[in-house]
Design a protein around this ligand. Structure first.
Ligand SMILES: C[S@@+](CC[C@H](N)C(=O)[O-])C[C@H]1O[C@@H](n2cnc3c(N)ncnc32)[C@H](O)[C@@H]1O
Length: 268
């Protein structure tokens, strides 16, 4: 297991660069996650990797953050949020809104942003100018998300009608496992970019109609969470919605956002 001092070097780095709080007890997890970087770089051990990070900061930090952060996600995860968004989208359409902008702030490998595209398209169709911006700190997950190809098992549980409308079987080489491609032109509704939630102010222009920032603040300390929430409040238009993960809370943070229901907040 990583010695406490060595663990502290990695946890300090995760904290200062990405706001990620790696608490004591995560030594084995960190050790197993950095193992692939150590072997990819041909280094002797974790101490050599810590030194390498110090001397090759710019190139390696992205890879480091990539391996230590958890990327778990799925289509329609926490489904009540998408039902809530559908209701809101129906209201936008009824109001005759011409422009809608939604931000998915820790988009991982694409399941969440494409769920948002499906949800919005089901209600708004192509009737108005709507777009989704998806960001993440990890370039690896962003590349996967942009590609929009998913193994068969990732689509398990997805409504067959949605699968039919939004996915097409990807060309499959011999011996390759079947994959499904999120279809154009729906795929082009989403644009992807790198954004570090621990470094406000964010280079985005509002006003945004909804922000999905789910299952990422759980890894952050209070100061980083405060930065995210203040930025969300700045970027949302009045009446706009912030969705956070079911296991997350804004308790203890300064915010003018109003709790609408657990894990859904509205800007006044
Ligand atoms: C557990 S996944 C959640 C994905 C999705 N939001 C969901 O709820 O299914 C957390 C994501 O947050 C990203 N992440 C971690 N720290 C971040 C930071 N400082 N800025 C932006 N994204 C970050 C990770 O790369 C990962 O893709």
């Amino acid at each position: 297991m990583l010695a406490p001092e060595l663990f502290r070097r990695f946890s300090d780095l995760a904290h200062s660069r990405a706001g990620i709080a790696l608490k004591e007890g995560k030594e084995t997890l960190v050790e197993s996650r950095i193992a692939k970087r150590i072997s990819a770089l041909g280094l002797a051990d974790a101490a050599a990797y810590a030194d390498y990070l110090d001397s090759h900061d710019g190139e390696e930090i992205v890879q480091f953050l990539d391996v230590i952060s958890t990327n778990f996600t799925s289509f329609f995860r926490e489904p009540d949020h998408f039902e809530r968004l559908s209701e809101e989208a129906a209201r936008w359409r009824a109001e005759g809104r011409e422009r809608v902008r939604v931000w998915c702030a820790a988009s991982s490998t694409g399941e969440e942003p494409y769920t948002l595209v499906m949800t919005l398209h089901e209600v708004l169709g192509d009737s108005l100018d709507w777009k989704l911006l998806a960001t993440d700190i990890s370039t690896r997950v962003l590349d996967a998300a942009r590609r929009g190809r998913f193994a068969e098992d990732r689509l398990r549980g997805l409504d067959p009608a949605l699968r039919q409308r939004y996915f097409t079987a990807a060309p499959q080489g011999p011996g390759e496992t079947p994959e499904w491609q999120f279809r154009s032109p729906h795929r082009e509704r989403a644009s992807f970019g790198r954004l570090n939630l621990a470094k406000p102010p964010f280079p985005l222009s509002g006003p945004l109609d909804a922000i999905f920032c789910r299952n990422v603040m759980i890894y952050f300390d209070a100061e980083t969470r405060q930065g995210v929430v203040s930025e969300a409040e700045r970027l949302l238009r009045p009446g706009g919605l912030l969705f956070i993960g079911h296991a997350e809370t804004l308790n203890g943070l300064r915010t003018g956002l109003v709790l609408e229901r657990p894990s859904v907040f509205r800007r006044r």
